[in-house]
Design a protein around this ligand. Structure first.
Ligand code: HPA
Length: 278
């Protein structure tokens, strides 16, 4: 039986969070592999380990701490998820959307998604930041859509529009902030796969051919649930490894975490600049 997220579960999870916070978060951030340190700059933090939230899909990946940090960043009320949960950990795809539903229940209207990804495009290198202009939903195309199952009408329609899933105004804002800070931002299409195995050379050649610029194992299910619930989404992919022009991908998780550490300061500057101007 598929484990579809239900309204009572969303209510239980969001009540558990609300009971422990005194602020009204306005912006949520999800931090990808190796990027969790950004959470340390949250001021007046309330920290909630996600294991303490009912129905939350628990994250088991090294480099993913699994906690919510609620407080202020650049004068904005934020909720930061440090340590997202991935489909490959074994949860049903619907459950990967539960954190997003909780954010929506808490009244959060803006979501910033970050991730680690492999660079497919020829001029993408390890250390680059890529603004996600669109995504290729291969997993949902193959049937693993987080909205599969009874539609939660109070969040959004049965057949939601995905034509501008990453908010054009937020992309423009991030580009302006990047230019001000002298960051050379890339922009491209992110493809979300299941993982946990990395891609074969044939996979990579296929992904390039169908228009993907960066490949990772997250973000797409969260973005779909967020858009369904009417959130404005900004997606930033960190390129942690370059995929060779012939499709060879020799990435390791250690490398992903290590390069993530190196990119984190630039990502932090960008996100702080965006938050200031939101
Ligand atoms: N492939 C898939 N996921 C990833 C990669 C990659 O090359 N790098 C970081 N996450």
């Amino acid at each position: 039986m598929a484990d579809f997220v239900t309204i009572p579960q969303i209510d239980a999870a969001s009540s558990a969070v609300r009971a422990r916070i005194h602020t009204q978060p306005q912006i949520a951030l999800i931090l990808g592999s190796g990027l969790g340190e950004l959470a340390d700059s949250v001021e007046n933090p309330t920290i909630i380990p996600t294991q303490e939230i009912p129905f939350w899909p628990v994250s088991t990946v090294p480099g993913h701490k699994g906690r919510l940090i609620i407080g202020q960043l650049e004068g904005k009320e934020v909720l930061v998820l440090q340590g997202r949960t991935h489909f490959y950990e074994g949860h049903d795809i619907s459950r990967i959307g539960l954190p997003i539903r909780v954010m929506q229940r808490l009244g959060i209207k803006t979501l910033i998604l970050t991730n680690a990804s492999g660079g497919l495009k020829d001029d993408f290198y390890a250390g680059d930041l890529m603004l996600i202009k669109d995504h290729l939903a291969l997993l949902p195309m193959a049937g693993e859509n987080p909205l599969r199952g009874p539609n939660l009408d109070e969040f959004g329609p049965r057949f939601p529009d995905m034509s501008a899933i990453y908010n054009p105004e937020l992309i423009q804002l991030a580009e302006e902030v990047g230019a001000e800070l002298g960051l050379k931002l890339k922009k491209g299409v992110y493809v979300g796969l299941s993982g946990p195995s990395f891609e074969t050379p044939a996979d990579c050649r296929f992904l390039k051919m169908v228009g993907a610029d960066a490949v990772g194992m997250s973000t797409v299910p969260e973005a779909i649930v967020a858009k369904h619930g009417g959130m404005a989404i900004l997606g930033v992919a960190t390129i942690t490894n370059k995929i060779d022009p012939d499709g060879t991908n020799k990435a390791t998780h250690e490398e992903v975490l290590q390069v993530g550490d190196q990119i984190a300061p630039n990502l932090m500057k960008l996100l702080k600049g965006v938050l200031r101007r939101l």
